[in-house]
Design a protein around this ligand. Structure first.
Ligand code: GLU
Length: 472
């Protein structure tokens, strides 16, 4: 029987949790939960210059937000220096590494003179230097043979050993390099499946040589997840693209929608049903079905998945999720309750909720300039339509202040104002615009009849009259 599955997510805290790392974290988590295995966390914080320890909190908070619960306590590489030193000792004793005093500049100058390829040229390989300050330990890579693995996503991958440079394992100051800590820890923690981003493919042969030299067991499997790219097919970048997971949370994306969308990057269920509960994704997900080619992180599709997920919530749950995004507090909560279904059907993100109900909360809705231009400045028979609407609504009996009567009244007003179609019926698409802008300040929003019903007679008529006065 093979070992129980143990996977790990191993972020380096050099930035906020990135959607690309979230993608790798999710693949690990899905495999662990599907196989009844363990999902471990390891904070790879050995690079003291680039690490910002405070960012670990962001990483953990975002994993928690996404619902990617981990097993046990996160391991911090910064607390395992002794283990790496002992591993390095072992490599020294076995003759797997040698010491080197070449500075980067010296290596570069030699390469330039020789017109050779970049990278380390093996200058110190046979110099038998003793360890000492400023002397790095380099791995003695074989010159023959190949090192490879069967990647669950990419199939057979292998590198000619002759193409691998003698890479640094310990810096001149004795600090372990990323690869040593990374490969040692996977073996030491009993990781069975190394699932990570494709940017690590090129260093995997070195990782394998290291594990072999340490006399430790190789992981059973590797899976290198596809690179995430933007619409220009360029690798997502912190500077150019929206990549920070917390920004998506703050912009009103639901964690389950984000997780659902991330699962679809490079993978899709056989039945083609893309928006579905995480429990089903756990059952269906297969690393072997993940496509190795770069996956487009498509904001539009994410927003579609988010909208679908929002529509799938119960009304109570939708209101509960929207609440933190309602800056007006209790009055907005009440306003949302009065139009919850209508709003839930129309928003793509939770940040779109408040603008849709703001007209119910404020005394005077803020006029959206583009809406005003479109519906009022450029509209036809605007004054006539507003006058007719005021008259027709004013004439409604108090008991008739309900969507169907309001619709009938505004339809009549449209006919009064000359907004008629070929059959002589009301042409509401044109007629509605000024009315909607008058009551809400915007051309888009929840359905008009319900909106007017909830806004009430006094406020509706006051706003229609105010707008009528501005039209002149
Ligand atoms: N710490 C590495 C990174 O953040 C991940 C290494 C790995 O998953 O093996 O890119």
């Amino acid at each position: 029987m093979s070992n129980p599955v143990r996977v790990r997510f191993a972020p380096s805290p050099t930035g906020f949790l990135h959607v690309g790392s979230g993608h790798s974290a999710l693949a690990n988590w899905l495999v662990a939960r599907q196989m009844g295995g363990e999902f471990l966390l390891r904070i790879e914080d050995t690079d003291v210059e680039r690490n910002r320890p405070e960012l670990v909190d962001n990483v953990l908070e975002m994993l928690h937000w996404l619902g990617l619960d981990w097993d046990g306590t996160p391991v911090h590489q910064s607390e395992r220096g002794d283990l790496y030193a002992a591993a390095a000792e072992k490599l020294v004793a076995a003759g797997s590494v040698y010491f080197c005093d070449c500075t980067g500049d010296v290596v570069q100058a030699r390469n330039k003179e020789a017109g050779g390829k970049p990278g380390y040229d093996g200058f110190c390989r046979d110099r038998n230097l003793e360890p000492g300050p400023g002397r790095a330990a380099r791995f003695r890579t074989p010159h023959e043979g190949r090192t490879g693995w069967d990647d669950l996503v990419r199939g057979e991958v292998s590198f000619a050993n002759a193409d691998l440079e003698d890479f640094v394992v310990l810096r001149g100051n004795g600090a372990p390099m990323f690869l040593l800590a990374n490969a040692f820890d996977d073996a030491d923690m009993g990781i069975t499946h190394v699932i990570r981003g494709e940017d690590h493919v090129n260093s995997t042969p070195k990782y394998l040589l290291l594990v072999d030299a340490l006399g430790m067991a190789r992981p059973e499997a590797f899976a290198h997840m596809p690179l995430l790219v933007n619409e220009g097919r360029k690798k997502l970048s912190k500077r150019r693209d929206d990549v920070s997971m917390s920004d998506y949370r703050d912009r009103g994306y639901l964690p389950e929608a984000m997780v659902n969308y991330l699962a679809l990057l490079g993978w899709g269920p056989a039945d083609g049903v893309e928006v579905r509960p995480i429990s089903e994704i756990i059952d269906l997900y297969r690393l072997a079905d993940v496509n190795a080619s770069p996956a487009f992180f498509d904001q539009k599709k994410l927003s579609f998945v988010n909208a679908e997920t929002i529509r799938g919530l119960s009304s109570e749950e939708f209101q509960r999720r929207a609440e933190p995004f309602l800056t007006y507090g209790a009055p907005a909560v009440a306003a949302l309750a009065s139009l919850a279904t209508e709003v839930q059907e129309r928003v793509r993100t939770l940040t779109e909720v408040e603008p849709m109900i703001e007209f119910l909360v404020v005394d005077e809705p803020e006029m959206d300039e583009a809406s005003w231009t479109k519906a009022i400045t450029k509209g036809k028979a605007v004054a006539e339509m507003l006058d007719a609407t005021i008259a027709r609504l004013d004439a409604l009996a108090p008991g008739d202040w309900a969507p169907e009567h309001i619709q009938a009244a505004v339809s009549q007003a449209a006919i009064d104002a000359g907004h008629v179609n070929e059959e002589g019926g009301p042409q509401l698409s044109k007629a509605q615009g000024p009315v909607r802008v008058a009551i809400s300040g915007r051309t888009v929003g929840p359905p008009l009849w319900e909106s007017i019903t909830v806004l009430g007679r006094d406020r509706t008529l006051a706003r229609l009259r105010g707008t009528r006065a501005s039209v002149g």
